[in-house]
Design a protein. Structure first.
Length: 203
């Protein structure tokens, strides 16, 4: 007789296991909610994400790192609605990152910050939502297509967007001028990749 299928762990079980340091539980949580996190970041600041295609990775990474720290310190272990939690946290962290010293100023930033002050609802235009999801997926594909050396710069995105060029250059063992030129080339490649994917979708 075949064994009954194993039931997927609940969100609360995964939170408890992540609090205990289980990396597998964290990966499962990310499989379930990382797309929502990135989607919310993009919806909150579409212009900033388009201007710097790796910025979304930085904010998303901060969100997951903070969640792990809070769980291990005894906070956020009883989240009842995970979707609402991640939408609110992602929006708040995105706005904080936009206001952070060293973040590039954006035209219309105030409009973007307040454009989605209410939770994403079922009444929003479905075609618009699907279009945004396609753009987020395309961005992830473009980042994965980068050379390994170029992807390694993405791990320093938080410091780079904060303007800590000298710190990052010292950590990577390269002149600051080299770091800036390499970063510029990475952004150019990502923008071109996104433009090509956009043209393919419109064709």
């Amino acid at each position: 007789m075949d064994d009954p299928p194993r039931q997927a762990p609940s969100d609360q079980e995964l939170l408890a296991r992540t609090a205990g340091g289980d990396p597998t539980a964290l990966r499962v949580l990310m499989d379930r909610y990382d797309r929502l996190v990135r989607f919310t970041i993009y919806r909150t600041s579409r212009q900033r994400c388009r201007q710097d295609p790796i910025w979304m990775d930085s904010v998303a990474s901060e969100i997951w790192t903070d969640l792990c720290r809070s769980l291990r310190s005894g906070r956020n272990r009883d989240i009842q609605n995970m979707q609402s939690f991640f939408i609110q946290v992602s929006r708040r962290r995105c706005i904080d990152a936009l206001r952070r010293p060293g973040s590039a100023p954006l035209a219309g930033k105030g409009r973007e910050e307040g454009a989605h002050s209410q939770p994403i609802s079922e009444n929003e235009d479905t075609l618009d939502l699907l279009s945004d999801l396609e753009e987020v997926s395309a961005l992830r594909e473009c980042i994965l297509a980068l050379a390994e050396a170029e992807r390694s710069l993405c791990g320093e995105i938080a410091a780079i967007t904060a303007g800590r060029w000298t710190e990052v250059a010292e950590r990577l063992g390269m002149p600051e001028s080299t770091l800036r030129s390499r970063w510029s080339r990475v952004l150019t490649k990502l923008r071109r990749c996104l433009e090509k994917k956009g043209e393919s979708r419109r064709a």
